[in-house]
Design a protein around this ligand. Structure first.
Ligand SMILES: C[S@@+](CC[C@H](N)C(=O)[O-])C[C@H]1O[C@@H](n2cnc3c(N)ncnc32)[C@H](O)[C@@H]1O
Length: 325
């Protein structure tokens, strides 16, 4: 039997065996994230935003100062950063992604309940993170996704826990996992069940979850969607449901990023991925996966994938040559 914190039973018996920030440093913002103002139009690239406008220059100056002071890594292309269309090596996972003590900008944003917070891409682009929404209660788009959940739910990368809390409030057995201590603490404070654990580590209830959630861009975790999909298939019960949120533009990107507060504090670099729906469906294919549902809200896009009942995840993924089809 699996128990999360506070001893609540989650699954059945195991089978045998802020303050407002100064407006002066306006960041450049990726076009897939229209919520925040983008950098100056004349600095925009072909997709509508540029890699480093006014704010970017400011960051470079600050980075330069830091470099002279010593130990922090300068922002530059990582020697093993994925090339356009290339694969991220998963042999080396930057550690620890998202959170690093002390001065972890993600933890600080979660404690404050607000940004600004960004994923800073290796080339300087800033992808805004919606900390305010993550720290609020579940909204309509969230509820539409949660309403599709079946059985016990595993929320991968649960962040501050609004989805875990909403599901628990509806009486659904739910566990959040996250590598960030601040995220787990926030989720527990909301009354949810949560573990500080990577999705790639050993987890309770492997192969028995009814639904696995990868919302808010979490299909990017680990920077290798095929590997993450395989992991989700291993976590799900045969016939279980994976609900993933995709980027609402046509994108299939592996990248190196840092969590960055736009004010000079950032995490170490780690691999990430961004996938639109078409890209996700190229990776999640029969015989292991079939598309169960696809829906959009005014600002977000979601896909539900059903794990097959008759195929072993690893065998199915191995049988597929990467990039085939
Ligand atoms: C884009 S945020 C998602 C926010 C979250 N869904 C929410 O509702 O607030 C990504 C989250 O994934 C977590 N994360 C990153 N890598 C992870 C991993 N390998 N295993 C579990 N969680 C991870 C981060 O700590 C972060 O909280």
């Amino acid at each position: 039997m699996v128990r999360a914190r506070r001893g609540r039973r989650l699954l059945g018996a195991r089978p045998r065996r802020a303050r407002p920030r100064p407006a002066a440093r306006r960041p450049d913002v990726h076009p897939a994230h229209r919520r925040l103002p983008a950098g100056p139009a004349d600095r925009r690239g072909p997709q509508g935003a540029g890699p480093a406008g006014a704010a970017g220059r400011g960051h470079r100056r600050r980075r330069h100062r830091r470099r002279r002071r010593g130990p922090r890594q300068p922002l530059r292309r990582h020697p093993r950063a994925p090339r356009r269309g290339g694969e991220v090596s998963t042999a080396r996972e930057a550690a620890p992604p998202w959170c690093t003590a002390p001065g972890d900008p993600y933890a600080q944003a979660l404690r404050a309940g607000r940004g600004p917070l960004f994923l800073r891409r290796h080339d300087g682009w800033l992808l805004p993170l919606d900390v305010e929404r993550w720290c609020a209660t579940a909204d309509e788009a969230d509820l539409a996704a949660l309403g599709r959940c079946e059985g016990a739910v595993l929320d991968i990368g649960c962040g501050p826990g609004r989805l875990v809390a909403a599901l628990a409030g509806r009486g659904r057995r739910t566990l959040g996992i996250d590598i960030s201590q601040a995220a787990v603490a926030h989720t527990l404070a909301l009354g949810g069940q949560a573990l500080r654990r990577s999705v790639f580590a050993r987890l309770p209830g492997e192969g028995r979850w009814g639904t696995v959630l990868l919302l808010d861009g979490n299909i990017g975790i680990g920077g290798d969607p095929r590997r993450l999909l395989l992991r989700c298939a291993q976590l799900l019960a045969p016939g279980g449901l994976l609900i993933a949120e995709t980027v609402p533009v046509d994108v299939d990107e592996r990248l190196w990023v840092r969590v960055d507060d736009g004010m000079g504090r950032s995490s170490p670099q780690f691999p990430w991925a961004r996938l639109g729906t078409e890209a996700l469906l190229r990776h999640a294919r029969p015989p292991l996966w079939r598309t169960a549902d696809h829906w959009t809200t005014p600002e977000r896009e979601f896909v539900a994938l059903r794990r097959s009942t008759g195929v072993a995840p690893a065998a199915a993924m191995e049988a597929e040559a990467p990039g085939r089809g």
